[in-house]
Structures are given as structure tokens and as C-alpha cells.
Design a protein around this ligand. Structure first.
Ligand code: PSU
Ligand code: MN
Length: 306
């Protein structure tokens, strides 16, 4: 049954059979996280960065009734050009979209699901979803966190965006046994900035150390994901004050407009981009590239231990 739903592209299949390193990539960031054509350029460039490191990219999406692992350039163009018209597909959306033949862009949660089904242990993204500010009223907690609680995929990201409640997100992750590793940092990065004011669970100095820890975790097996927080490069980061102001303004606007649920994250990202006159988009692109590099290194070290 699964074989008729899961569609692993031949390059990825060959890599799996040959024991080559693979990194999974999400597609909500393409359809909902960035405007066209920057989204397409970024999606293609991330794949290229992985290839330059000798790692096979596996971008995931729901297309034509299949959960696809590894996309063609044509499929990436489709996701990039269709933008918001493509359904943002998290865990709850997968069965509906797949049974109805409706295309969907995978979030971190559904990318982890696809990756685990395919046998891929590492994925890269920009930022993960988390506990939203005001969650005690709205109950808005991203399904990404539940997925991290039980699906065995390590997610390289640039930390936790301060549109979210970083403190509550870290508490949630602790409760569910999800380690938050800092790649060469003791402080959790906050997406656009290197600093957040919060500590990671453990600082790691190398991809090898991280790979060794992943191996031990899943050997036990302690099921669930791991966050590998990789700070945006110093020269690319945005000013904390400018970001703080833009985020506060975006949150106010969101409240005024009554935007909730799955529209929240794309709205906040778009608004922040508008308020920072596009510099946040440039930073977002750079941090994704940076995450691809670390994910590539971890994937190579991890496969070497298998
Ligand atoms: N953060 C970003 N850009 C994104 C997302 C998060 O900076 O595009 C996307 C990811 O796909 C993430 C999803 O998994 O938003 C989380 O959405 P929600 O909060 O609705 O679960
Ligand atoms: Mn949500």
C-alpha cells in the first residue's frame, strides 16, 4: 500500500540503495515562505549546495496523489509559481490531499514524515514552527513540535523565530524529549539574529559529534527528532532592535485582522518582510543556504557511522 503512495525519485532511491548521504528539504518554504522568483532560485540553489557537498537533495511535496521524496526541476517550478494556491500541508492534511489528488507543500512536520518513510534521517529548513505568542489563549502550537516529539529526523534550522514564544517552545520541546543542539553556539539563535537570549540544551562543535549523538539516540531507541540550531552568519544577520520592532508590529496587525491557524506563520513572515523592506527575505535566503551546508556535513558524518 505504502509503495503506491510514497514516490521516491530515482536519484534518491539510488542514493538510499548505495548508502549515500541524503538531506530532505521542505516545500512550504517555497510555496508560502518566499515570493516568486526568489523562492525558486532559493529552492534550486539549496539543492545545488547539497550536491556540491556530495549530498543528494530530496525536496518533498504532495503531487498528483503521491507523497514525493525528491522533485524534478519542473515540479519545483510548479510549487514556486503556484505559491499560495498550493495547500500548506502539515500532518493532518496529508491523507485528505493524497486521497483527493490535491497538491500540497510540505511543512517541517510532513517533511519529517516523508523523510522517515523513505529512510532519510536529516532535513534542512529555515525555521521550524513552534508555540505562538499568546498560545495560552489561542492554543496555537505548530504540529512541527508534535512531529519532533516522535519522528526520527534531525532538523537543521536557524533556531526559533521570535514571532514565536521562544521560551514556551523550548519548554514544549523539553517535555517531549527533543534535544536542541547548538551548532558552534551555546545560545539559541532566533532565525534572523544570532542571539535570542535563550540557551540551547547542548553546544556541539562539529557535525561528527552531532552524528554520533543521533546514532546513540536512535539506537536506544529514543524515538523523536532533534533540533540542530545553526546561527545565521554574523555578516548576514539583521539588527535585533529592527527585527524586534517589525515583529511586534506584525503581531499587532495580525491580531487586528484576526488572522489565525495555518495562515499565521505565512502572514507574519510576509509582514515582517514588508516592514524590513525585503532585508528579512535576504537574511532568510542566506540562513537557508547556511543550514543546507551544516545538514550536508551532518548527513555525511551520520551515513559514515551506519
Ligand atoms: N518558518 C519560516 N518559514 C516557513 C515556515 C516556518 O521561517 O516557511 C513554515 C515551515 O514549513 C514550518 C511551517 O513547518 O511554516 C509551520 O507552520 P505552522 O506554524 O502553521 O505549523
Ligand atoms: Mn499554527
Amino acid at each position: 500500500m505504502i509503495a503506491s503512495i510514497l514516490d521516491i525519485q530515482s536519484e534518491v532511491k539510488n542514493a538510499l540503495n548505495g548508502g549515500l548521504p541524503i538531506v530532505a528539504l521542505e516545500s512550504t518554504i517555497i510555496s508560502h515562505g518566499m515570493p516568486y522568483p526568489q523562492n525558486l532560485e532559493t529552492a534550486l540553489q539549496v539543492e545545488q549546495i547539497l550536491r556540491d557537498y556530495g549530498v543528494v537533495p530530496a525536496t518533498t511535496a504532495v503531487l498528483n496523489g503521491k507523497l514525493k521524496v525528491g522533485l524534478t526541476e519542473k515540479e519545483l517550478v510548479h510549487l514556486a509559481k503556484s505559491g499560495q494556491k498550493i495547500v500548506k500541508a502539515s500532518r493532518r492534511d496529508l491523507p485528505y490531499l493524497l486521497s483527493k489528488n490535491i497538491d500540497g507543500a510540505t511543512t517541517v512536520a510532513s517533511t519529517m514524515i516523508a523523510a522517515q518513510l523513505a529512510g532519510i534521517s536529516i532535513m534542512a529548513t529555515g525555521g521550524i514552527g513552534g508555540v505562538h505568542r499568546g498560545a495560552s489563549e489561542s492554543f496555537d502550537i505548530s504540529a512541527d513540535l508534535q512531529e519532533l516529539a516522535h519522528t526520527n529526523v534531525a532538523v537543521v534550522c536557524a533556531g526559533i523565530k521570535s514571532v514565536l514564544d521562544i521560551s514556551l517552545t523550548l519548554e514544549y520541546l523539553e517535555t517531549h524529549g527533543v534535544p536542541v543542539l547548538g551548532y558552534k553556539t551555546s545560545e539559541l539563535p532566533a532565525f534572523y539574529t544570532q542571539k535570542s537570549g535563550y540557551n540551547v540544551t547542548y553546544r556541539m562543535e562539529s557535525a561528527k559529534e552531532i552524528a554520533q549523538m543521533l546514532k546513540v539516540k536512535w539506537a536506544l531507541p529514543l524515538n523523536g527528532g532533534v533540533i540542530i540550531a545553526n546561527p545565521i552568519p554574523k555578516e548576514k544577520e539583521l539588527s535585533f532592535e529592527v527585527m524586534h520592532k517589525a515583529i511586534e508590529e506584525a503581531l499587532l496587525e495580525e491580531q487586528k485582522l484576526g488572522i489565525k491557524g495555518k495562515e499565521s506563520t505565512p502572514f507574519l513572515l510576509g509582514k515582517v518582510k514588508q516592514l524590513t523592506s525585503g532585508t528579512s527575505l535576504m537574511a532568510n535566503i542566506e540562513l537557508v543556504y547556511n543550514n543546507a551546508r551544516v545538514a550536508a556535513a551532518v548527513a555525511k558524518e551520520y551515513i559514515a557511522l551506519m
